[in-house]
Each structure stands twice: as C-alpha cells, then as structure tokens.
Ligand binder design. Structure first.
Ligand SMILES: C[S@@+](CC[C@H](N)C(=O)[O-])C[C@H]1O[C@@H](n2cnc3c(N)ncnc32)[C@H](O)[C@@H]1O
Length: 241
C-alpha cells in the first residue's frame, strides 16, 4: 500500500505528475465518497457507455476470470461481471474499495505494478481510467502480461486525444477551465480534479500508447476511439509463444 506518510506534503488532497503511489492512493481515498456521482456529472453521463464498450472490447465468455485493475469503487467491475463472467476488482485505495463495498463482486487490495496474483491465472485484464495514474505504466503493462494466460486479452480504457483539432481545442478548454469548477461543486475532494486535467494532458496519444503495449509484450495491439477520441480503448493479446 505504500507509506501514507509520504503523502503528507499534499495533505492527501491531490497527486502531482510524479504519481507517487502514496499520494495517488491518499488522493483517491479522499475522492471516494462521491466518486461515482462526480464521474457521471463530469462525463455528462457518458461513463456508463464507456464501461459497456470496455466490456464489449474484452469479449470475455461466461465462466472466464477477469481482473479489473484500479477498479476503484468496482463500478467498472460490475459491468465486466455481466453475463456470468467472474470479474475481480483490485485497487490500492482502501477508501475506494470501501465506497464500493456493497457492489457484489470480489475485491482485493493490490498495486498494479505488483499484483497479488499467480502467473497466468486470469483470462483477461482490464484497467479503466487507472493506467494514467500508475507511477510506472510500462511496469504495470508487463505485470498484466505476467498474470494473463497465453491467448488472453488486455483492455486499457483511458482518456486520450480527440482526433479532430477544433474539437480537441474545445475539449482542452473544458478540461482546464470548466472541469475544475464543476468538480468544486460536486466532488468530496475537488483538488484532485486539477490533477485529473493535468494528467490527461500529459498522457500519450493513441499511437504512442499502442507502442507501449507492444513494448510490454502484447501482440495484435489496436485501439478504438470513443466520443471522438476523448477516450480510447486499447486492446492487446498475450502471445501463445
Ligand atoms: C479514476 S479511478 C478509476 C476507477 C474505475 N476503474 C472506474 O472506471 O471508475 C482510478 C483508480 O486507480 C487506482 N490506482 C491508481 N494507481 C494504482 C495502482 N498503482 N495500483 C492499484 N490501483 C491504482 C486508484 O486508487 C483509483 O481507485
């Protein structure tokens, strides 16, 4: 879980782009209380459709086991579990896991860079709006490959870069100006949403993230844009060797 003492200089309010695990976990602990509501408000209600698209991209069959890394309140895990899939939520923020305690999916505390799972123990891994917050995303992508069975699937759902320049300009304005203001009205930790805007702007675009999946050993890497590229779904397959 990391040393929460390290987060003292931020008071647990927000992380910065160094993404120290203790800062990130403490920030989400404080966001947890109203996380689901804030998410829905800030995304204009699109979050549910992004979760459905993530489940479709994974394409898990009934009875298969999938790990939802950085699952937060497990709202993303519940969607993955639809239709008889065994979906397990994993997160390092105890506050987020507690806020989702009533959701009927198994939950485990764990860090994306050192998952508490055996090698090749799951059929698929999903990480939704989580990889951008991980201190070493390349280490996490390799860790996801370790726990996935040969032939299994990885889906990364993450904020990305709108492809149409005028739309990208309007969206950047929304991120930097409107989003922090709306968050002040809705969130239990509005400071965290300054970090949200900064971390989205600093995140690799679609081709750059695809190259990182490939470098981590994922095959057949591709992506699909959602909402004009505000979000991208990257998909990879673990080679059978
Ligand atoms: C924006 S929330 C996403 C929650 C959920 N997947 C969803 O789609 O609503 C990001 C989550 O990532 C978690 N997280 C960030 N870095 C992590 C890490 N290294 N290991 C495990 N969880 C992490 C945070 O605690 C937080 O709950």
């Amino acid at each position: 879980m990391g040393d929460r003492g390290e987060a003292a200089h931020t008071g647990g309010l927000r992380a910065d782009l160094a993404k120290r695990p203790a800062d990130v976990a403490a920030m989400f602990d404080r966001v947890a209380q109203r996380y689901d509501l804030t998410n829905t408000v800030l995304s204009g209600g699109l979050d549910a459709s992004w979760r459905r698209a993530t489940r479709a991209a994974l394409g898990a069959r009934p009875g298969q086991t999938v790990l939802d890394v950085a699952a937060g309140t497990a709202v993303s895990t519940v969607e993955l579990a639809a239709g008889g899939v065994h979906a397990v939520a994993c997160d390092f923020s105890q506050g987020m896991l507690r806020a989702g305690a009533a959701r009927p999916v198994p939950k485990v505390a764990g860090d994306a860079m050192a998952l508490p799972l055996a090698d090749e123990s799951v059929d698929g891994v999903v990480i939704s709006f989580g990889l951008r917050n991980v201190a070493d995303p390349d280490a996490a992508l390799r860790e996801f490959r370790r726990v996935t069975r040969p032939g299994g699937t990885l889906v990364v759902c993450e904020f990305s870069s709108p492809t149409w320049t005028p739309f990208r300009t309007v969206y950047t304005e929304y991120l930097m100006r409107a989003l922090p203001r709306i968050a002040r009205a809705v969130s239990s930790n509005p400071d965290a949403y300054g970090y949200l805007a900064e971390s989205i702007r600093a995140w690799p675009d679609q081709p750059a993230l695809a190259a990182r999946l490939q470098s981590a050993g994922w095959a057949d890497v591709g992506w699909r844009n959602l909402t004009g590229g505000i979000v991208a779904l990257h998909r990879g397959r673990k080679p059978r060797d």
